[in-house]
Each structure stands twice: as C-alpha cells, then as structure tokens.
Ligand binder design. Structure first.
Ligand code: GTP
Ligand code: MG
Ligand code: ZN
Length: 322
C-alpha cells in the first residue's frame, strides 16, 4: 500500500458526485486519466464561488492516498476552475437553479420514438438552452427501429431548421459508430427524458463500462429514473460524454424573457422586421413573426413551445426569483 504524503496539488476532472463524495480523475496534458478514480471530499464549511462541484468541472485536488481505506477519502478538492459553460435547470417544482454539468461544448438532446414517444416540447427546451449557452446542439433519436411516419416527419422539420439529427438504435447498433465519431473529440452530455436510452447508448459508446439501464413502466411506457447521478466517461483522445439522470420536466432558468426569441434561430430574420423592437411576438401590432406564422412560414409547434417557455419565464420574473 502506498501512502502519498505531501502530494502537490493537481488538476482533475469531476466524473461523479454522490452526496458529499466527489469522484475525480486526474488531468495530464488535457487528457483525462481514466484508469484511476479518486474519492475526494470538500473541507466542511468550505464554499466555492462556483458553488458545489458538478460533473465536468475541472478542479484542483490534493490526493493523499492512492488506495481506498475503508470510508476514508483519498483527496480533498481545493478549488473549482472557472467554467466555460454550465447547464442548469429549474429545481423541480421550485424557483431556484440547479447546476447539472459543466464545461460542455456540445449538448446532446436524447429522445426516443414509441416508448417513450418523441416529445418535441422537451427537445425545444434543450435546444433553447444550447443556443443561450453557446453549445452546439445535436439531436439523437434512439429506438429508431420502432420509428413511424410521424417521427420521420419531426426529424425532417428539425433538419429543415438546421439541427443535426442522428437516428440511433442502441439495441441494434444503428448510428452508434457515427455518434461516436461525432462525439469523440467533444465535451458533451446526454440530456433527455427518463427511459429514452441515454445509458444504453453510453454502454455502446463505452464498451465494458456497463452503466445500469432500466425497464420502462408497462403502463405509462415511461422510464423509471434508473440513472440517479450524472457520470462522466472519457474517450481516449480527450473528449467526454456525461450521462445524466432522465427528467420528467425541464424548467428553463437563467434566460431572460427578452432573450428567449433569439434562441429560436428561425424567428430571427422575421423578428428583425417587427414594428416594435424589442418585440415579444405575442400581442404587438406589426409583428413579423406572427405574420410569418399565419403565412405558414414558421412551424406552429415551435411558436407554441416559445409561448409556453415565455410564460414560465415571465412568471419567474414577476415573482423576482430570477
Ligand atoms: N427498442 C429499444 N429499446 C431500447 C433501445 N435503447 C434502449 N432501450 C431500452 O430502453 C429502456 C431504458 O433505457 P435506459 O438506457 O435505462 O434509459 P435512460 O435514458 O438512461 O433512462 P434514465 O436513466 O431513467 O434517465 C431499457 O429497457 C432499454 O433496454 C433501443 O434502441 N431500442
Ligand atoms: Mg440512464
Ligand atoms: Zn414580433
């Protein structure tokens, strides 16, 4: 057993947070050294400006022990580096932001067809977040072997809006090589409903890891929230993917109401022509976005998604919790 005393502080990446335990892998020359994971603590009472560490955070750690000894920690988190990005959601039923994952450059919206069915409303929420935070969005539609005509239609609509969509079947191995090629040098996370197959796809991308996957509820065809904590897995060439717990709802937080319209890229050319600037595209006379809707130049389902998110954000702003 080797006890390492007076180890220098080192850089590491947070790969999982389980209650008070922060699991990290060391960073060497920007490569995540995945062969070893260290269980680290945060000194009691210590508060970081960035809040609590989340998956994807680059941290400074002091490792004390190379081996796990009972319940002892192997190291201490000394600090959190400034984040290049942070994905947050509204606490379920609450009014505060909850940090999810940090330092991404790509947000993978994972959805499925049939069970659970494809839900454009949730896809739109994640796309809005990706735009606002400057992350490249990628839509993955899993269980494609069960796809029907309507699913193909939605894919066409999103593709027409300029979004990259990838049809995948974790079960049959469809599209997973292409997905791996796209993600291998990126810093990404899988976000989406419970039961769409996020962990199943991870298991194909990272053979041998064997993340838990769950059966769907027979009645509702919903997932059973199998994944309970985010988990970062790294590719050999520096990229990583974070598997996150599935959600039932995804409440937008941190996007001011007057910036929401800009997160719908197809609105932008019309919004520039609205009589009032800024225009909320809800009631203002001379609104070019609503005129484009009436002329079927914009998709109704996207506008409805915009209205729903706008009203939620305004509710939060009215109660001054944002
Ligand atoms: N038919 C079909 N089923 C799949 C496919 N991929 C995953 N599943 C099934 O979908 C169910 C849910 O898969 P998970 O990987 O646990 O889903 P998840 O998105 O990680 O769910 P949470 O962890 O709850 O968020 C499991 O029963 C999988 O076997 C697929 O491509 N086709
Ligand atoms: Mg999962
Ligand atoms: Zn307008």
């Amino acid at each position: 057993m080797s006890e390492l005393k007076d180890m220098p502080v080192q850089k590491a990446v947070v790969v999982e947070v389980l209650g008070p335990v922060v699991f990290v892998c060391l960073l060497k020359d920007d490569t995540i050294m995945t062969e070893k994971t260290y269980a680290c603590s945060i000194i009691k009472g210590k508060r970081f400006k960035a809040g609590k560490p989340v998956c994807g955070d680059v941290v400074t750690v002091q490792i004390h022990s190379e081996v796990v000894q009972g319940r002892d920690y192997q190291g201490v988190i000394e600090g959190i580096d400034e984040r290049t990005s942070l994905v947050e959601r509204l606490e379920p039923g609450g009014r505060r932001a909850r940090s999810l994952v940090a330092n991404l450059n790509t947000l993978v919206v994972v959805t499925s067809v049939c069970m659970p069915p494809l839900k454009p409303g949730l896809i739109d929420r994640y796309l809005v977040c990706a735009h606002h935070w400057g992350l490249e969005p990628l839509i993955v539609i899993n269980k494609w072997e069960l796809a029907e005509e309507l699913d193909a239609l939605y894919v066409q609509l999103y593709e027409a809006l300029g979004y990259k969509c990838l049809k995948v079947s974790a079960k049959q191995g469809l599209g997973t090589d292409e997905l791996k090629a796209i993600l291998s040098r990126r810093r990404s996370a899988f976000l989406g409903h419970s039961g769409v197959g996020k962990s199943s796809i991870m298991n194909v991308l990272f053979p041998g890891v064997n993340l838990a996957t769950g059966e769907l509820s027979i009645q509702s065809h919903r997932g059973c929230h199998t994944t309970t904590a985010s988990r970062l897995l790294a590719f050999e060439d520096g990229g990583f993917v974070i598997d996150t717990p599935g959600v039932r709802e995804f409440g937008i937080v941190g996007i001011p109401s007057n910036e929401l319209s800009a997160c719908f890229p197809e609105f932008t050319p019309f919004a520039a022509q609205c009589r009032f600037q800024p225009c909320s595209h809800t009631h203002e006379p001379g609104c070019a976005v609503r005129a484009a809707l009436d002329a079927d130049e914009l998709a109704q389902f996207r506008y409805q998604a915009y209205l729903k998110m706008l009203s939620e954000i305004k509710d939060l702003e009215d109660t001054k919790y944002l």
